[in-house]
Write a protein that binds this ligand. Structure first.
Ligand SMILES: *Cc1c(COP(=O)(O)O)cnc(C)c1O
Length: 431
């Protein structure tokens, strides 16, 4: 790490817990100190130490156009000159909502919030209100933000009561949450057979992105749809990562399953803090002030954030964008798989259209326990080796590679070449 980043980090630690405002930024999973970014443009981050890094983190997903895209910067600049917050409705909220609704037919009504966490928190409140039931079913390894009720890890055994996954989350807060293994349809069926009438909602990432990328198995989402419908429960898709990322209409456009409610964030904010939840009209009309389910936000629908989101979606809606992203994603994913193979490094690459994760694992990764079986030391070596080559991969094995439209095939090829060298180092250290 450079001197300037080190100085800033030293000072940051005196000011903020762990020196950061979100834990994964601290490099805890890979060791070492984080670099500090001074600015970013296109596919690159420029560090405080004067280094240029190819960025495959993309601010953890939002920056699908790359950094400081001219259209987004212009939209934010124009919006800022017109006032940064009104506390009244504005045209921009209508324009972003209309674009999302047009892209996602299941989202008949939408409410903007300020983060993905707020979106999932509000969606489960609505689900409980709409069904008059309490129980929420979630999947182990899916992350839905730091909502108390969703911060559970599995107890022992199948579909047992969850236990709080963080100090400060009370047992009462998770008493009505049950965690099941991802892709474990038999587990969900058993749970519904036992407690079906209590279930308010099943919340699921239609492609899991927070244990690394783990796609839903064939038929899994359709089966969840059927089970929830049969039992009068709601199906909530957390598309905070996948929305406008794997396709313009999100994962639901790709898998042909229609959720009752959808949570959004990341890409729809164009790099500004935005979340949203939406879905069936009859459900969303229960939200205040149309209905009685209270949910509010001083800065919700913020004009800068709306302007950034609109500008981003207007780029993304153009023909060919997702094809280009997918082409680059498959090029990099296949390139890494091949580079690992020739070096004898066990690697399982999970790709869902435009996003993927290279798992340092000899076997397939279909759920959280298989993800956890990966070699974290090998990933850490890969991460630091790539950083030395000027490439910023996620500082954790359990994240996705996020390619942007600012990347290009030549850059991807250079990343594959760098990876080939780094895999050789990883192989050596495994002996
Ligand atoms: C990032 C993420 C969230 C939380 O969003 P924040 O804006 O960080 O609160 C929720 N769900 C999923 C699937 C996410 O990836």
């Amino acid at each position: 790490m450079g001197d300037r980043s080190h100085q800033l980090y030293t000072r940051a630690i005196e000011l903020m817990p762990g020196g950061v405002n979100s834990p994964v930024r601290a490099f805890g999973a890979v060791g070492g100190e984080p670099f500090f970014t001074a600015r970013a443009a296109g596919p690159y981050l420029y560090t405080e130490d004067g280094e240029r890094l190819v960025d495959y983190v993309s601010s953890w997903g939002p920056l699908i156009l790359g950094h400081a895209h001219p259209a987004v910067v212009a939209a934010i600049t124009e919006a800022a000159a017109n006032g940064t917050s009104f506390g009244t409705p504005s045209r921009l909220e209508v324009e972003l909502a209309a674009r999302i609704q047009a892209a996602m037919p299941s989202v008949e009504r939408i409410r903007m919030v300020n983060s993905g966490t707020e979106a999932t928190m509000s969606a489960i409140r609505l689900a409980r209100a709409a069904t008059g039931r309490s129980l929420i079913v979630k999947f182990i390894g899916c992350y839905h933000g730091h909502v108390d009720a969703l911060m559970v890890s599995a107890g022992s055994g199948m579909a047992t009561l969850g236990i709080p996954s963080s100090p400060g989350v009370t047992e009462a807060a998770v008493a009505d949450t049950v965690a099941v293994a991802y892709n474990d349809l038999a587990g969900v069926q058993a749970l519904f057979a036992q407690r079906g009438p209590e279930v308010a909602a099943v919340i699921v990432e239609p492609v899991a992105g927070n244990m690394g990328v783990v796609p839903a198995a064939d038929g899994f989402l359709a089966a969840l749809r059927q089970l929830t419908t049969e039992h009068g429960a709601l199906l909530i898709f957390d598309e905070v990562i996948t929305g406008f990322r794997v396709a313009y209409g999100g994962a639901q456009a790709r898998c042909d399953v229609t959720p009752d409610l959808t949570c959004l964030g990341k890409v729809i904010g164009g790099g500004l803090p935005v979340g949203a939840y939406g879905g069936r009209r009859d459900l969303m009309e229960m939200v205040a002030p149309a209905g009685k389910v209270y949910q509010a936000g001083t800065l919700s629908g913020n004009p800068l954030a709306m302007a950034a989101g609109i500008a981003a979606l207007d780029q993304l809606v153009q023909p060919g964008t997702y094809g280009r992203l997918e082409e680059m994603a498959s090029m990099l994913a296949d390139g890494l798989a091949e580079a690992a193979r020739v070096n004898g490094v066990p690697l399982a690459v999970n790709r869902a259209w435009t996003i993927f994760t290279p798992f340092f694992s000899p076997g397939p990764v279909r759920d959280f326990s298989q993800a956890q079986a990966c070699s974290r030391p090998s990933y850490a070596r890969y991460f630091h080796g790539m950083l030395d080559q000027g490439v910023f991969m996620a500082p954790s094995q359990f994240e996705a590679v996020f390619i942007s439209l600012a990347h290009d095939p030549a850059l991807i090829e250079r990343t594959v070449a760098a990876s080939r060298q780094v895999f050789a180092q990883v192989a050596e250290s495994q002996i």
